[in-house]
Design a protein around this ligand. Structure first.
Ligand code: HAM
Length: 436
């Protein structure tokens, strides 16, 4: 803590003794109340579809031991090499803010011995992830993912079902200008021979490739296929594809996934150059891209695939697995603009400031009956109270004046139809409940 305070003081000193303007960390954003209806719309749809397909929710900690990600995502991936928020805590342990959810699910699956309790587990999760990438539209340092993971089923039928879930969710959210890409990386042995074939192809081009890719030839040649440098991408175009080298079992697994997608009438394109940036994948791999151009280079709305060795590699039982995760911010920007939220609930207004306490009393009586009731307690002018009721998208205003109080009635105005009627105070709750 002392070292931290010293660091803060040092930074203050370097900026001329002035405290820097306090604002959110670069690439990390507030989600304001005004944004929430769209987030809710997404989350409700995701939860509903996940339940319909038989998934149960899991929540894992934001912090995990750094080793978990190094051993699953892979030492030579961009995420592990340069994007993780890692620190040593007071107990001298290296911890990392999770950059994705799959490794955490696998850790939890092993830690709680789930494979002994059920043959197949279907989990879903929603939550923030952290990657120190260069911020851009659709690319943040804190972003939210919604994902699913299935343990204990080697496919290929479940592979098609997982893709079907993505397609149904996107369609229900109105995200239609998309393309589903599928590929197979083959089993782990097959992947190794593909790596060798890629190395052999890339070696003669070594001097023409960017510095990163020159290193990648030795460390992880698959990542050269993902390089965005134009000349490297051109060279990668001529590389042998993983599909050409698939063994018979892997080929048949992949053909069956494609046949099932055809049977389910899901449109997709086989993209033999799809490799994705995480090392744990084997066999089926897929991505859904936005075709609208809105998201620029960040067009991947979701990505996933099979990771049949990760559970065992992290010292768990041999259990196959498959899953995907979608970037919620990216999905939201691909969703069509939503209609203005529907009016609901009540706003209690009073015609003069000294009646604010009566307005609160009435609002409380409504709230106790589960009727959402807003009220302006600042003693504002009637016009201001009515404007606030409208901004809150209330369906009714209940107007209280001295005459109404004396007569034991209220004025009830429907803000949708503009109809106004006098209602006895005792009948108000019954009336509002009948129209709720
Ligand atoms: P991923 O491709 O790294 O896969 O991320 C999945 C999705 O998260 C991406 O398609 C994108 O929509 C979103 N995403 C990634 N990075 C950012 C960022 N910096 N800003 C905004 N959105 C981002 C995974 O994370 C795997 N765990 C998916 C998986 C689950 N595979 C199997 N199971």
């Amino acid at each position: 803590m002392l070292a931290l305070l010293q660091r803060v003081r040092y930074e203050e000193h370097m900026s001329g003794g002035k405290r820097e303007k306090l604002q959110s960390v670069k690439g990390m954003h507030d989600i304001l109340p005004a944004d929430m209806p769209r987030w809710r719309q997404f989350e409700n749809a995701f939860r509903r579809i996940a339940a319909v397909y038989g998934y149960e929710e899991i929540r894992t900690p934001l912090l995990e031991p750094t080793d978990l990600f190094v051993h699953s995502i892979g030492e030579t991936t961009d995420i592990v090499e340069k994007e993780m928020y890692t620190f040593v805590d007071q107990g001298e342990k290296s911890l990392t803010l999770r950059p994705e959810g799959t490794a955490s699910c696998v850790r939890a699956y092993i830690e709680h011995n789930i494979s002994n309790q059920e043959p197949v587990s279907k989990w879903f999760y929603l939550g923030p992830m952290y990657r120190r990438e260069r911020p851009a539209k659709g690319r943040y340092r804190q972003f939210y993912q919604a994902g699913v993971e299935v343990f204990g089923d080697a496919g290929p039928v479940i592979d098609a079902e997982v893709i079907a879930l993505c397609v149904q969710l996107l369609s229900e959210l109105g995200v239609s200008n998309v393309e589903v890409l599928v590929n197979s990386l083959g089993s782990r042995d097959g992947r190794q021979s593909y790596r060798d074939a890629l190395r052999a192809y890339l070696e003669p081009f070594r001097a023409q490739l960017c510095g990163d890719c020159q290193r990648r030839i030795d460390a992880n040649p698959l990542r050269v296929l993902d390089c965005k440098v134009p000349n490297d991408a051109k060279i990668a175009q001529g590389a042998p594809t993983v599909l050409e080298l698939l063994g018979a079992d892997d080929r048949s697994h992949f053909d069956r996934v494609c046949a099932l997608l055809d049977q389910l009438k899901i449109r997709y394109r086989v993209e033999p150059r799809l490799v994705r940036g995480l090392d744990y994948y084997t066999r089926t791999l897929f991505e859904v891209r936005d075709l609208s151009g809105e998201l620029g280079a960040q067009s991947a709305l979701l990505g996933g695939g099979r990771y049949d060795h990760m559970v065992q590699d992290l010292d768990g039982p041999a259990q196959p697995a498959i899953g995907f995760a979608m970037g919620i911010e990216r999905i939201l920007s691909a969703m069509p603009a939503s209609a203005e939220p529907k009016r609901s609930g009540v706003f209690v207004v009073c015609v003069q400031p000294d009646l604010a306490k009566d307005a609160l009393e009435l609002a409380q009586a409504l709230r106790k009956q589960n009727i959402a009731a807003g009220v302006d307690l600042r003693g504002s002018a009637l016009k201001k109270q009515l404007a606030r009721a409208d901004k809150n998208r209330a369906q009714y205003v209940v107007i209280l004046g001295p005459d109404e109080i004396a007569k034991g009635v209220v004025q009830l105005k429907n803000l949708e139809t503009q109809n106004q009627e006098e209602v006895p105070r005792q009948k108000l709750i019954e009336k509002l409940q009948s129209v709720k």
